[in-house]
Design a protein around this ligand. Structure first.
Ligand SMILES: *[C@@H]1O[C@H](CO)[C@@H](O)[C@H](O)[C@H]1NC(C)=O
Ligand SMILES: *[C@@H]1O[C@H](CO)[C@@H](O)[C@H](O)[C@H]1NC(C)=O
Ligand SMILES: *[C@@H]1O[C@H](CO)[C@@H](O)[C@H](O)[C@H]1NC(C)=O
Ligand SMILES: *[C@@H]1O[C@H](CO)[C@@H](O)[C@H](O)[C@H]1NC(C)=O
Ligand SMILES: *[C@@H]1O[C@H](CO)[C@@H](O)[C@H](O)[C@H]1NC(C)=O
Length: 482
């Protein structure tokens, strides 16, 4: 009897403990951002305090030796990146990001798939690449390595899993205390464009996290119609972030290793007709810039200069139709969108977010919004904990009283009284049920479930109270990366 009572008491305390654990996990919330060495933002101006991780891009691979190298133009930026950003935030972690681009251009056309395929398919080349990446990261004092993986070659998928596994082994076998962090940037869906699945297990077992490149779903250089480039939801299409994240989770990728991508850029389309400015309206190609890409800062200044035309909001996606500029249609994520996406990431239990890229931010408006919304959501959980702990304590007392009362009356019964008591707790009406079930753990499970259900309901209503509406998101991109 006593041991079963102790068991009941222990499991009653389990839920608050899980909450506590949840809270400590929340402290590991990833707030990451890319800084690209050829961008406009001087690294001394990076507001490192808003981030837990900063990714410095991009290192490349030599297409004849397969050694990782930092292009000479980027070398001065890489050399003291860690020193400079840690001045404002000594605890920020830095990662060297690798993009196999064959020429270090970050534009999609220049990502050379054949170099990547050749490297990942050969164990000697993989070893050369891995060893040189660790050596280079150490030489420049980085805390980790990020692999921006944008190959569209389905044949590489399994091999990339092998690469990550060998990378992890090499990292773990380095002598010394501090292990390098290993992260990977992946497509918004866990399948290639050909529908072939990513090596889910090999990825999540070997990386610290994978960040989803959840943007550029539609691009003005690719599609002859306007579209949402980073829609969180889209009821009329599967090309949206929520759909992709759910696919990753459904296939068993742990949410605690999944990081949401936040685009700090948008895309400008040229409408065929200024009157036809809906999503999916005919477009004759990019507007404003050569490929239509615009940083958030540039979009804000463009809107200031030309004024708003029609602004529409779609489920965390915002479209601005600048009719004073007649045919320019811009889709981008603004402050409200960022907040909606952070709330979404928290709700799904994801590990954090990764912004691409910092020089496109407008005086840190998006980065600040992301950091603050993360804190708000965290405070909600703390509040929840403050409610759940006292409620649990009261429940424990009530259950103790109930157990005592039932046990006291149960003594008068000729049957196995302790099992009777437990059954009564789980469901008072179970008295008449079949005797075979008596004393089985099923009763305990029922009780636990009921308790957890009650606690969860509390949680949901609490969460709902604090939620705001969806923020605006902006223009559309096309699916160009994979
Ligand atoms: C690649 O390595 C070869 C041989 O060491 C070297 O000659 C070449 O300059 C390297 N290429 C780049 C882009 O660093
Ligand atoms: C960082 O390195 C660059 C080039 O090597 C140099 O010009 C700059 O002064 C260095 N900055 C600091 C803060 O050491
Ligand atoms: C990719 O790199 C390989 C090997 O250096 C080269 O032969 C090929 O032309 C490159 N392809 C593109 C599209 O740059
Ligand atoms: C927003 O998303 C929800 C859920 O997918 C959907 O029910 C709703 O119709 C959407 N609203 C708009 C304006 O797209
Ligand atoms: C867009 O492209 C598709 C296929 O490439 C074509 O069928 C369609 O007519 C084009 N639409 C416009 C408005 O150009």
């Amino acid at each position: 009897m006593a041991s079963k009572l102790i068991f009941i008491f222990l499991f009653i305390f389990l839920s608050p403990q899980l909450q506590l654990q949840f809270l400590s996990e929340a402290q590991n919330w990833v707030q990451a951002g890319y800084w690209i060495s050829n961008g406009e933002l001087p690294k001394k101006d990076i507001n490192s305090a808003l981030f837990t991780h900063l990714l410095c891009g991009f290192a490349d691979v030599n297409s004849s030796t397969y050694q990782l190298f930092v292009p000479s133009a980027s070398e001065p930026y890489f050399s003291n990146f860690t020193t400079v950003v840690k001045r404002k935030n000594p605890s920020v972690k830095t990662l060297m990001s690798v993009l196999i681009a064959a020429g270090n251009s970050i534009s999609d056309e220049n990502v050379n798939g054949s170099v990547l395929s050749s490297m990942v398919s050969d164990s000697t080349k993989r070893k050369t690449f891995i060893d040189s990446s660790i050596k280079t990261a150490r030489r420049y004092d980085f805390d980790g390595i990020d692999f921006m993986w944008r190959s569209s070659n389905s044949g590489d998928l399994a091999q990339i899993g092998v690469l990550l596994k060998e990378w992890r082994i090499a990292i773990n076998s380095e002598p010394g205390e501090s292990k390098l962090i290993l992260t990977v940037g992946v497509r918004y869906l866990p399948t290639s464009e050909m529908g072939i699945s990513y090596p889910i297990d090999l990825i999540h077992r070997n990386v610290d996290w994978a960040h989803i490149l959840s943007y550029d779903y539609h691009l003005p250089t690719r599609d002859n119609f306007t579209g949402l480039h980073a829609a969180l939801y889209n009821p009329s299409s599967q090309v949206n972030t929520d759909f992709g994240i759910r696919e990753w989770l459904n296939r068993g990728f742990p949410p605690t290793k999944l990081v949401l991508g936040l685009p700090y850029h948008g895309w400008a389309w040229r409408l065929v007709s200024p009157q036809d400015n809906a999503i999916g309206a005919p477009s004759s190609g990019p507007a404003v810039t050569r490929d239509g890409s615009m940083g958030y800062k540039a979009i804000k200044s463009h809107i200031r200069d030309y004024g708003f035309g029609v602004a529409s909001e779609y489920n965390a996606t915002y479209v601005v139709n600048l009719f004073t500029y007649t045919t320019v249609w811009i889709n981008f994520d603004g402050v409200e969108t960022v907040k909606a996406k952070i709330a979404y990431a928290k709700e799904k239990g994801l590990a954090g977010y990764c912004a691409f890229q910092l020089s496109n931010d407008d005086n840190w408006a998006l980065s600040r919004a992301a950091a603050q919304e993360g804190d708000n959501q965290e405070n909600k959980h703390q509040l929840l904990l403050k409610i759940i702990l006292p409620v649990s304590a009261v429940l424990v007392i009530l259950v103790a009283v109930a157990v005592f009362v039932l046990y006291y009356f149960g003594l008068r019964k000729p049957k196995s009284e302790e099992e009777m008591v437990l059954r009564s707790i789980a469901s008072p009406r179970i008295e008449t049920s079949a005797a075979e079930n008596f004393g089985s753990d099923a009763h305990l499970l029922v009780f636990k479930f009921a308790y957890i259900k009650a606690a969860t309901n509390n949680f949901d209503s609490e969460t709902k109270l604090g939620e705001g509406g969806y923020g605006p998101v902006y223009k559309v991109l096309s699916l160009n990366y994979f």
